[in-house]
Design a binder for this molecule. Structure first.
Ligand code: GUN
Length: 295
């Protein structure tokens, strides 16, 4: 019983933080409408039939409506060409009802992700993936857009971690969506930052030095309890659906949760940790885009 209580105290409840952020956004949308008559609009583009992406996109639409924003969904067939997709993005760039544009990743293999992403107007790039917004983040500017998942992780760290200045943050995974922007965000907070990636030799040795360990590898159960420094804060960005012995399914992360919770001081669960924060931050970025357009 005491053990259970200790474990509960270690959990970082992303669902609760996301709900509180979403409630604030909903109120801000009402205020914006009253001041300006503007309703923030988010366009989401999904190409193909990736089942995980379909679920994410459906959730984004639902939550966009829930905060009183307008949602514009574009479901395109797998065989969509780069020219067709860029043409759609250019049309959305010009549409004054749309303040944010998100192209769900991954795209089908025949499409060049960078060509597509860079077609988005930086002022509507609520995913923070264009070269302009990536540059803004690396320069420490506050007025660009920051990718939603690392932004959500930072929100949780600011609520749950001690002052970040000087702490050693180790990020496992170096993607454009997560690892690289996360490193910039933490550098901007004066953390000492290390990144491990697919070619890093002995990532566990690096991980064991981390005061803050952020794991976004797409590799289920990669990080064991033995990788974690006692008392570290662990943020698990991974999400994998697995079958259990009774024929049902459940979600797990990149970290072996039962081992990690015994060693970490705090940890995000999967589900209910980072996941809910991503959509809340997307809506926050969309609101920011609408307000910027007003100015
Ligand atoms: N696929 C998984 N996460 C994301 C995200 O944050 N943005 C986009 N565009 N695609 C994703």
């Amino acid at each position: 019983m005491i053990l259970k209580k200790n474990c509960d105290q270690k959990l970082i409840n992303g669902k609760v933080y996301a709900e509180s952020l979403t409630t604030q956004i909903k109120q801000d949308v009402i205020n914006l409408q009253q001041i300006s008559g503007i309703t923030p609009g988010l366009a989401v583009i999904l190409v193909g039939n990736d089942s995980a992406s379909e679920v994410y996109v459906r959730n984004k639409t639902k939550q966009t409506h829930a905060v009183g924003m307008r949602s514009f969904m574009h479901l395109l067939p797998e065989k969509t060409t780069e020219e067709e997709l860029v043409k759609l993005i250019k049309r959305l760039n010009q549409d004054t009802d749309i303040h944010g544009i998100l192209v769900q990743l991954p795209l089908p293999k025949h499409l060049n992700t960078d060509t597509i992403i860079q077609a988005i107007l930086p002022s509507k790039d609520v995913d923070g993936l264009t070269a302009y917004n990536t540059g803004k983040l690396s320069l420490g500017h506050q007025d660009g857009f920051v990718p939603c998942t690392p932004l959500g992780c930072m929100y949780l760290l600011q609520k749950e971690a001690p002052p970040l200045k000087g702490l050693h943050a180790v990020i496992i995974g170096a993607s454009n969506l997560m690892g690289k922007p996360m490193a910039q965000i933490l550098l901007n907070q004066n953390c000492t930052v290390s990144i491990a990636h697919i070619d890093t030799v002995h990532p566990e040795l690096l991980a064991r030095q981390a005061d803050i360990l952020i794991v976004a590898t797409g590799c289920q159960g990669l990080v064991k309890g033995s990788w974690i420094k006692p008392g570290a804060i662990v943020i698990d960005v991974g999400i994998h659906r697995i079958e259990t012995t009774n024929g049902k399914t459940k979600l797990i992360g990149d970290v072996v949760f039962d081992e990690a919770i015994a060693i970490a001081s705090k940890i995000t669960p999967v589900p209910g940790g980072v996941g809910p924060m991503t959509i809340a931050c997307l809506l926050q970025n969309t609101l920011k885009a609408a307000k910027k357009m007003l100015n």
